[in-house]
Design a protein around this ligand. Sequence first.
Ligand SMILES: Cc1cc2nc3c(=O)[nH]c(=O)nc-3n(C[C@H](O)[C@H](O)[C@H](O)COP(=O)(O)OP(=O)(O)OC[C@H]3O[C@@H](n4cnc5c(N)ncnc54)[C@H](O)[C@@H]3O)c2cc1C
Length: 438
Amino acid sequence: MEKKVIIIGGGLAGVEAAYQVSKRGIRVDLYEMRPQIMTEAHKTGFLGEMVCSNSLGSFSISSSSGLLKKELEMLDSFFLKVAKRNRVPAGNSFAVDRMKLAEQITYELKSMPNVNLINEEIKKFPKATIPVIIATGPLTSQNFSDNLTKITMRKNLFFYDATSPIINAESIDYNKVFHASRYNKGEADFINIPLNEEQYSNFVNDLINAEKVEIKNCEKNLFFEACLPVEEIAQRGEKSLSFGPMKPIGLIDPKTNKMLYAVVQLRQDDVKKNFYQLIGFQTRLKWGEQKRVLRKLPGLENAIFERYGRMHRNTYINAPLLIDKFYQSKLRKNLFFAGQICGVEGYVESINSGLIAGIFASKKILGKPLYSLPKQTATGALINYISQANWKDFKPTKFTFGLLPDIRVKKANKKIKKELKAKIAIESLDKWIKKANI
Ligand SMILES: Cc1cc2nc3c(=O)[nH]c(=O)nc-3n(C[C@H](O)[C@H](O)[C@H](O)COP(=O)(O)OP(=O)(O)OC[C@H]3O[C@@H](n4cnc5c(N)ncnc54)[C@H](O)[C@@H]3O)c2cc1C
């Protein structure tokens, strides 16, 4: 067998997989259709572009994304290494300059001796005589998804998700907003728009009554519970936003010295602080309506929108039916799936699945045994879940501590339990790394 792996899609998962394969001395043909053919969300031709939020979550190992990142670090994640060099201040969370990061990832990956980047859309499925990793993401091209259904032997499932608007920093009225982090933790990196009860109530009404982009009948009720459009949350009850993305907890208005009734928070989106993103404000309002409604917020009266929130397609396979615990197709053993298309959800999860698919595809080509990941690790729990969940109502999944096996400890609160689970995860992964010779 030729020592080569074909990777389709140079996004978060594809980039990580390419690095893992290449560093094991195996050649990689990495196909990326951009910039010739763009998706609805990507803005550049760079590899590894983060399309929406610039945050990779918390670093604390007792948070889900923190533990997953710790494991990525232990597994020598390329994406994480480059991301760390492109951090921007964001309190306790790990935010990056998305464009600089993507540019560096592209440069560094292209410079690796085994990586051959081919900017071309794959329309038909390649003959899998050598391992192929499909990492075409939630916005897989139409030609390829049509073709993929022949392999998956059932129609792809798909639904819509939503992104948050980005505002030009110079257009914000800083007399009406204030900089602070919740509970004054870390630097005062966030811009906060304080709202009193009346302003909040008017804003909720405006959101509910604004015009939305139509969704086709067959696509209704297909939102992620974890990523609902802001107007959808508003519709669920008068206070639901003030307990959700507009929660005021931990923030004091410097003018009144009182806790806020509600808040809209903005997070820095680039190193130069030119752009700020509304946190948790993914929306399917029509663009004109976004401008009209969001400009009613104090401080945003003259806001210039660098990007509007929008709806997007999300393609993914029915993982429990189609893949095993090595991210390998149950039907064609030389075929691997990675990233959002395989049913994981989120940036860190996509990088993680790309890394593992890259390792397993390499092991396979080198004739080495495949050892499954311990279910006590975040990485193992995620692949265990998506390969074994109920296929009848399978939905893309983020890693949460709930996916890890329960532990019984007397008198332990949730925080202590999480810390213990994290400790076990790290020890288990360490043993696996040694046993599987990673
Ligand atoms: C609009 C949007 C916003 C999101 N926002 C967030 C967020 O804020 N936070 C979060 O954690 N997650 C978010 N996600 C979910 C997910 O984490 C990201 O989509 C992530 O980039 C998925 O990684 P991936 O590698 O699977 O796909 P991608 O990063 O999208 O990479 C897939 C790549 O494949 C290429 N491609 C597609 N078809 C072909 C083809 N036929 N031939 C060659 N190349 C092809 C694409 O151009 C793309 O570069 C969002 C998803 C979308 C769609």
